[in-house]
Each structure stands twice: as C-alpha cells, then as structure tokens.
Design a protein around this ligand. Structure first.
Ligand code: NAP
Length: 251
C-alpha cells in the first residue's frame, strides 16, 4: 500500500477525476479528506462506497474553493485534526465557455477564481505546515487546453496556463524544504464536464486521439497518485500530459 497512513486533501473529490483520485488514495491506505461544493449526494456516495469496501478514513467537506476564507478555515481544521498534511491535490474546476468578444465578465471571473485562485489559496494555506514537516507533495490539475485551447476557452485556458506557471514557480521555492509541486494536464476525459462536447463530437474526437479512446478518470488518477508517491520523489515542477497522444499533432 503506497499511501498507508498518509493524510491527503483532494479538492473536487465528489465527481469525475477527483472521485477517482480519492478512491485511488483510499484503496492504497491513505486517510482522505475531500471537498465538494454543491452536490452533497455525490459526495456522500463517495464516502459510503469506500466505507462499504472497508475504507472508513474518508471524509467529505463542503467548501467553495474560490473563497479564501473558507479555504483557510478548512485547511486549519484539518491540520489541527491530523497534525500534518502529506499530500494536496488541487483538482476542483469548472468550465464556462464562450467566445471572448461576448464573454460575460462574470464567467471570466468565475473560472479564474475557481480554477486558478483556488490553487493559490490552498497552496498558500498548506505551505507553512508542509515546510515545517520538511516534506509534502502537491499535485495540481491543469489541462492540455493551457497550451492547445479550443475556441471559446479563453477563461479556461488562461486559468490552466496560470496553474502551470504557479506549479513551476512553487517548485523552485519549495524544493529545498522537501516539497514537490507538479501538475497533470489531462486531454478529453469521460466526466460530467465533457458531456456536451462528447455528445456533439465524440467520434471526431476519438479520431484525433492516437490511442483512439477518451480518457477515463482512473487514467488521470493513476498519474496523480504517481506524482504524489515516493517513486516520484525526484520529480518537481513538471507538467505530465495524459491525453492518449491528442496533442502530438501526428494525425
Ligand atoms: P467534474 O466532473 O465537473 O467535477 C468537478 C468537481 O469539482 C466536483 O467535485 C465539484 O463539486 C468540484 N467543484 C467545482 N467547483 C467547485 C467549487 N467552487 N468549490 C469546491 N468544489 C468545486 O470535473 P472533472 O472533469 O472531473 O474535472 C476535474 C479537473 O480536471 C478540473 O480542474 C478540470 O478543469 C480538469 N480537467 C478535466 C478534463 C476533462 O476532460 N474532464 C480535461 C482537462 C482538465 P460539486 O459536485 O459539489 O459541484
């Protein structure tokens, strides 16, 4: 069990990629606290499913990751309870697509606040405890859209590009304290977030992917767990693309 006894915090753990990340850590022995925003039922389903498998050290916490006061309060509560935090996964994210010329500024802000500012809030809140532990792993969820955006994704691409810059900068600042900071950049993954685009163009998307399938949440969870594991202890400041070859441009 790679994560026996490790204390892990995952944002957006109630659905999609985050749920697979929570399940992966729990099944490998970790104590996991995960965050959801509004879908309490989905969060409770994660907890009860894992408890049914015997993984009882999994808890769900309501928190809007775009609200710094809520983030600070939750992190403080967890660290008081656990006395440490070994692994942080910043996964929560949203899309609000629209062409730039007509983009509602509220949609720009919502995506930047949820996808990028939240990562800053969580990283800032865990940095001091991790620095005193002289150990820690942070994995941030970016996207291939940071480098290869589709039309209508100005807010999303900017947020995920920001996550990559933040990841690299933090890696330079925290390496001497034994903390690694990396990101995963998923391609097209089968989650609620991609339902609309999959319904519109799934066959076309598959043709553009050398591996000829969409990714599963577990594909991203596997990469995330690897970056959080001891096997990745000499990897920091990296963006690991997990997209079935989508962005190779070879087709
Ligand atoms: P998803 O299925 O839509 O799930 C999103 C998760 O984030 C849910 O648990 C949701 O909680 C939570 N969340 C959203 N806003 C939040 C907020 N303000 N505060 C707290 N939690 C919040 O998304 P996904 O597809 O798994 O995506 C996960 C991450 O991967 C995102 O950062 C996304 O940008 C990135 N990504 C996804 C893909 C893809 O193809 N799916 C590709 C590249 C990158 P509630 O259920 O309570 O709303």
């Amino acid at each position: 069990m790679r994560f026996e006894g490790k204390k892990v915090l995952v944002t957006g753990g109630s659905r999609g990629i985050g749920r697979a990340v929570v399940e992966g850590f729990a099944r490998e022995g970790a104590e996991v606290a995960f965050i959801y925003n509004s879908n309490k039922e989905a969060a409770e389903d994660v907890v009860s499913t894992l408890a049914g498998e015997g993984h009882k050290a999994v808890t769900a916490h309501q928190c809007d990751v775009s609200d710094q006061a809520q983030v600070d309060a939750l992190v403080e509560k967890l660290i008081d309870q656990w006395d440490r935090l070994d692994i942080l996964v910043n996964n929560a994210g949203i899309v609000k697509d629209g062409l730039l010329a007509t983009m509602d500024p509220a949609n720009w802000l919502a995506v930047i606040n949820t996808n990028l500012n939240s990562v800053f809030y969580f990283c800032r809140a865990v940095t001091r405890p991790m620095m005193s532990q002289r150990a820690g792993r942070i994995v941030n969820m970016s996207s291939v859209a940071a480098e290869f955006p589709n039309q209508g994704q100005a807010n999303y691409a900017a947020s995920k590009g920001g996550v990559q810059g933040l990841t690299r900068c933090m890696a330079t600042e925290l390496g001497r304290r034994g903390i690694t900071v990396n990101a995963v950049a998923p391609g097209f993954i089968e989650t609620d977030m991609t339902v609309a685009v999959r319904n519109a163009a799934e066959a076309e998307i598959k043709k553009a992917i050398p591996l000829r399938r969409l990714g599963k949440p577990e594909d991203i969870a596997n990469a995330t767990l690897f970056l959080a594991s001891d096997e990745a202890s000499y990897i920091t400041g990296q963006i690991l693309t997990v997209d079935g070859g989508l962005t190779l441009g070879g087709i």
